[in-house]
Design a protein around this ligand. Structure first.
Ligand SMILES: Cc1cc2nc3c(=O)[nH]c(=O)nc-3n(C[C@H](O)[C@H](O)[C@H](O)COP(=O)(O)OP(=O)(O)OC[C@H]3O[C@@H](n4cnc5c(N)ncnc54)[C@H](O)[C@@H]3O)c2cc1C
Length: 377
């Protein structure tokens, strides 16, 4: 008897889960991995695209390269999930599973921020990053705001990275002196679980003349007046707005009845939902870690280990620790790192590794090792 697994979403979580199960179970596995897209893009590649460091086709990893024993990839849009019956409907058919894993990530709700579509930009989607690649070279003087519009949002260091890379971009074009950069963040410091990383980022902002606006969200833009309104009612004029849009679960997840307060609740130790045989990993959950690929991947590893143990009669894995390393673009061609642990201790911790050229190579290896494992590229 083969284990019938249906994995919804081929992002960090879905790819890692499928890879581990295939390696461990091979012909005992009957896994269907479903995603509506034809390729995967690392979140951080959106920064490369928006700042013109890499063309889009260089950062797209085509799903047709997934060739793994026991795994079949289907490029289909998921239109309904029935978690009680573990049945999934797509635009092309229906799938039934012994084990269903929801790894559908987070979507964006641009309309939730009045004025964002008409008067601003966002760099969290591929389309938004591509548009910005055309817009940024036209910004040569005035006020730029990098602003978070809502919590939770993916990759908490990304707004800081965007501000630092924008500084470099403007320097390279010889227009930095004519521009101001502000960063509006909902936290008191850039990376709350890591005071040392926050200190490092705040020092980098100060050196570069980037204004950090703590404990605030951008609620709305008025494109006619070119003014951003913050959540305390104050206003900030802008000429260029780089936004982090409101996040939400994909519509099909909202319609499935699996969410509470907007996200799928899971047991944080084993990623089980309240539906037997149904797991959820990554950004689509409210597991208690930030929304980042390394956490989706870590959660997928726990689910995979648990399924393998069940099938082979081995020991169940230890509880999910919510730990991982995030690379942070500091500009000036350096990368820093924060090693965070959200769930294993009484409160989250984060160790800071200073920006260096060596960490540029390490980040590169992070990407290439996953390309090799997931896609054999
Ligand atoms: C600018 C930026 C920088 C980032 N930098 C980092 C970083 O340095 N390190 C890091 O760890 N994380 C980073 N992230 C965050 C990271 O990209 C996400 O947290 C991660 O991709 C989440 O993985 P996931 O598997 O939960 O979901 P995703 O990777 O989002 O995968 C979900 C998949 O589900 C598919 N899907 C959704 N709805 C449907 C449907 N109805 N039918 C079919 N398929 C569907 C999507 O197409 C998608 O492929 C960054 C994000 C951004 C935006």
């Amino acid at each position: 008897m083969k284990l019938r697994v249906v994995v919804l979403g081929a992002g960090f979580g879905g790819l890692e889960l499928s890879t581990i199960l295939s390696e461990a179970l091979a012909e005992r596995l009957d896994l269907t991995l479903i995603d509506k897209n034809d390729s995967f893009v690392f979140g951080y590649s959106k920064l490369d695209v928006m700042f013109g460091r890499k063309p889009l086709d260089a950062v797209c990893l085509a799903y047709r390269n997934i060739v793994k024993p026991g795994v079949r990839f289907r490029q289909e849009a998921i239109t309904a999930i029935d978690p009680e019956a573990r049945r999934v409907t797509t635009d092309s058919g229906t799938y039934e599973a012994d084990v269903l894993v929801v790894a559908l990530g987070a979507d964006y709700d641009l309309e939730a921020t009045p004025g964002l579509t008409e008067g601003g930009n966002e760099f969290y989607s591929i389309a938004g990053a591509e548009r910005l690649r055309e817009v940024l070279p036209t910004f040569s003087k005035g006020r730029a705001i990098v602003g978070v519009t809502s919590t939770p949002f993916k990759c908490p260091p990304a707004p800081s990275e965007a501000a630092l890379l924008l500084h470099d971009h403007l320097i390279a074009r010889g227009v930095r002196d004519a521009c101001e950069i502000s960063l509006v963040m909902p936290f008191g410091v850039p990376i709350p679980p890591s005071p040392a990383t926050s200190q490092g980022l705040l020092a980098a902002f100060a050196e570069r003349g980037i204004t950090f606006v703590p404990n605030r969200l951008v609620r709305a833009l008025d494109p006619a007046r070119r003014v951003a309104t913050l959540d305390d009612g104050s206003e900030m004029p802008y000429d260029l707005f780089l936004g982090i849009p409101k996040h939400r679960v994909p519509d099909v997840v909202a319609a499935s009845g699996m969410t509470e307060d907007g996200w799928i609740p899971v047991n944080s130790k084993n990623l089980k939902t309240r539906f037997p045989g149904v797991y959820a990993v990554g950004d689509v959950t409210s597991v208690g870690t930030p929304k980042a690929g390394v956490f989706s991947e870590g959660a997928a590893r726990v689910v995979a280990a648990s399924l393998i143990a069940e099938l082979q009669g081995g020991e169940q894995p230890s509880a999910y620790a919510g730990a991982g390393s995030c690379y942070i673009e500091f500009g000036a061609e350096r990368v820093g790192r924060v090693d965070v642990d959200f769930l294993s201790g009484p409160s989250p911790t984060g160790a800071f590794i200073e920006p260096s050229f060596a960490l540029v190579d390490e980040k590169q290896h992070f990407g290439s090792s996953r390309r090799a494992r997931w896609f054999r590229l």
